[in-house]
Ligand binder design. Structure first.
Ligand code: ADP
Ligand code: MG
Length: 642
């Protein structure tokens, strides 16, 4: 059935409907109201409702029409409302004149002025007010009234056969209303309870249909995206794992096993490895690179910053020192000659694992036989960059790592075609960082904490959101703080780190901090993904309310890296309720979910990456629990029906 087959819809009306995104019958009947106004009789003496007054009343006089400004008109009449004589006016409803007759009971909705005893209506309904009435409110456009639209929708519902998109078994399981009936209810609600039921059904349907598509897509990808089967030398890999300087945690072992299976399989690996800061993701990715190497393939690892790339490179050199695997580093800062040498080796298969920054995806890099692509802190890379790296090989397996846990909701939707593995347990011996939210007038406690750490020969980070004084706000800044800390800690050495320093300076400061020559490092968030300084045990964050919880968690992850008790102080006078979550919670996954619920996906990943996920009824954040349920239902359904 087409839109113009509904009586009253001609070509002009079709255009109007198109302008509010209604292109076909399905769009029409699923053009859900964006709001429901609940009409309930209000006491005329209750000032809380003067602006949103609703009541019925008896018409006392024949309405008078006055025209003004050419096309405007005003209808005025007297009405007995709750035994008060009220003058009722409404604009541009001259056509109601003949329906409003003395003695008739009508419903009036509008703004009441008790002094003048005047009610200016936004709407008049020509019947008594039921105990309660629910009015669906729609997005409209010029030349389309709510009444018309509802008429079209109801006409459509009469003739259009709505099939249940949700399978019967699930409809039954949740006791859902037939979809067609649910639609009728939503567009013509009688009471709140059935409306709620209907919305529940339709919301579920919306998410179910979406998730089903995502799963289908994933399946299709699997069918079309075959990777080469990698013949891994398992003996060698197991031996490598055995010789690691530490024992892998249970989670590390589990994800390693899963991913090795991915490599062996002809389906292409497309996996997101999530794990809290310090949970040991890197070593897992190196095991994978090693496995690839035993199968005769090269691997590439891309990190978002030079500091991080170098750190990985150093770690890799260390881990692979007793193997034949050859590691190289490629960064943008390297001299052209050095780069050329690497390009050549890469082409000639003389490099097995190449670690680097964006330089990896520059046009000069040609791999001989790239089989595995690893991106660290993957959310820092744009989709295009990731694709470009993938394009460096025919069909590489892809491993993405992230310490900013992608909230499950987000992973479920945007990354619906990606497998997600998580490392949840920490290596043995780590202590939970004790976190305290402090007001600015409690700074003394914080300084005492820093002092205690220094006395113990440990080190501290102090973070501020700003580099310099900012005229618009009274936030702390690193320059000021450095000055203040120098006064408070006269016998200690204090360093400063921020984004405006050049790399050489930064590296020098970091090196000195690492070597213990600097006791307190005052910094902006440039240290977020930085060097691992095990001796640092205190993290102080000024103006903590300026940061997202996930970011605070990342910063906090810089301490607590040895077996000494570490502390994190969050200083702020604002938004302390949100910050208090950090006191309780040390699980990065839960924190990012809390953050996600509080601040939305945009803040976590930047709006461009958050994807155009627009549901009509559902809200990924608000309906988070439902989405998780639907996801499970879809998975089960797919399993049963294949
Ligand atoms: P992530 O990348 O997940 O933040 P890393 O892989 O950098 O974490 O690991 C953090 C530190 O913990 C590194 O120094 C690493 O060598 C160490 N580590 C990793 N796995 C273990 C383990 N199972 N036992 C002890 N230490 C480990
Ligand atoms: Mg890491």
């Amino acid at each position: 059935m087409k839109l113009n087959e509904i009586s009253g819809i001609g070509p002009k009306m079709v255009e109007k409907l198109n302008s509010i995104n209604i292109y076909n019958m399905d769009d029409l009947i699923r053009d859900y109201p964006y709001r429901f106004d609940v009409l309930k009789k209000r006491d005329i003496n209750d000032e809380r409702y003067f602006d949103n007054f609703v009541s019925d009343g008896v018409v006392l006089s024949v309405p008078v029409i006055s025209f003004f400004k050419g096309r405007m008109n005003r209808l005025t009449f007297r009405c007995n409302i709750q035994n008060k004589l009220v003058k009722v006016t409404i604009f541009n409803r001259a056509f109601l004149k003949n329906s409003i007759t003395p003695g008739k009971v009508i419903t009036v909705i509008g703004k009441y002025n008790p002094k003048m005893e005047v009610l200016t209506c936004t709407n008049i309904i020509l019947k008594p007010l039921n105990k309660k009435e629910i009015i669906p409110v729609y997005h409209l456009c010029k030349g389309l009234t709510s009444k018309q639209l509802r008429g079209f929708i109801n006409e459509g519902l009469k003739h259009y056969d709505v099939k249940n998109n949700v399978p019967d078994e699930l409809m039954k399981k949740y006791g859902f209303i037939n979809e067609g009936d649910a639609l009728k209810i939503v567009h013509n609600p009688d009471d709140e309870d059935t409306l709620k039921e209907a919305l529940k059904t339709l919301k579920y349907e919306e998410l179910f249909t979406y998730m089903l598509k995502v799963r289908m897509l994933k399946k299709k990808n699997e069918e079309h995206n075959k990777a080469f089967v990698k013949k891994i030398n398992e003996e060698k890999v197991n031996d490598f794992i055995k010789k690691l300087p530490f024992e892998l945690t249970k989670d590390q072992l589990k994800v390693t096993e899963d991913m090795l299976n991915d490599l062996k399989d002809y389906t292409k690996m497309n996996r997101l490895l999530q794990g809290d800061v310090g949970s040991g993701k890197t070593v897992v990715s190196f095991i994978l690179a090693y496995a690839c190497y035993t199968a005769g393939y090269q691997s590439a690892m891309m990190a978002p910053t030079e500091v991080l790339a170098k750190q990985h490179y150093k770690n890799a050199l260390d881990l692979f020192k007793n193997t034949d695997l050859k590691v190289s580093l490629l960064t943008g800062k390297m001299k052209q000659k050095e780069k050329k040498e690497i390009y050549n080796k890469l082409k000639n298969n003389e490099i097995d694992l190449l670690i680097g920054t964006h330089a990896l995806i520059s046009d000069g890099t040609y791999f001989n036989n790239l089989g595995l692509v690893i991106t660290d802190e993957q959310h820092r890379f744009g989709v295009n960059q990731r694709l470009k790296l993938k394009d460096k090989a025919l069909s590489p397996d892809v491993l993405m790592m992230s310490a900013t846990p992608i909230p499950r909701t987000y992973a479920l939707t945007i990354y619906g075609d990606t497998d997600v593995s998580s490392i949840k347990s920490m290596p043995k011996g780590r202590k939970k960082v004790i976190t305290c939210v402090k007001k600015t007038n409690e700074l003394k406690d914080v300084l005492q904490g820093v002092y205690d750490a220094l006395k113990n020969n440990n080190q501290a980070y102090v973070i501020s959101p700003m580099i310099e004084e900012n005229e618009s706000a009274d936030y702390t800044n690193v320059n000021d703080l450095k000055h203040k800390f120098e006064l408070a800690f006269k016998n200690y050495s204090i360093g400063m780190l921020h984004g405006k320093m050049d790399d050489e300076e930064k590296e020098k400061v970091m090196k000195e901090f690492k070597e213990g020559k600097i006791n307190i490092l005052i910094s902006t968030t440039v240290i977020e993904v930085g060097v691992d300084v095990k001796n640092a045990t205190v993290m102080v964050i000024f103006d903590a309310d300026r940061f997202g919880l996930s970011q605070l968690h990342q910063l906090r992850g810089r301490v607590g890296r040895n077996n000494v008790q570490s502390y994190c102080y969050l200083i702020s006078d604002k938004d302390t309720k949100r910050l208090k979550i950090m006191e309780e919670e040390s699980d990065g996954f839960k924190i990012s979910e809390a953050d996600f619920k509080l601040r939305g996906q945009g803040d976590l990943f930047g709006s461009r990456q958050s994807g155009a996920l627009s549901f009509k009824l559902s809200d990924v954040r608000r309906d988070y629990d439902l989405l998780v349920k639907v996801r499970d239902d879809v998975n089960e359904y797919m399993k049963k029906n294949n």
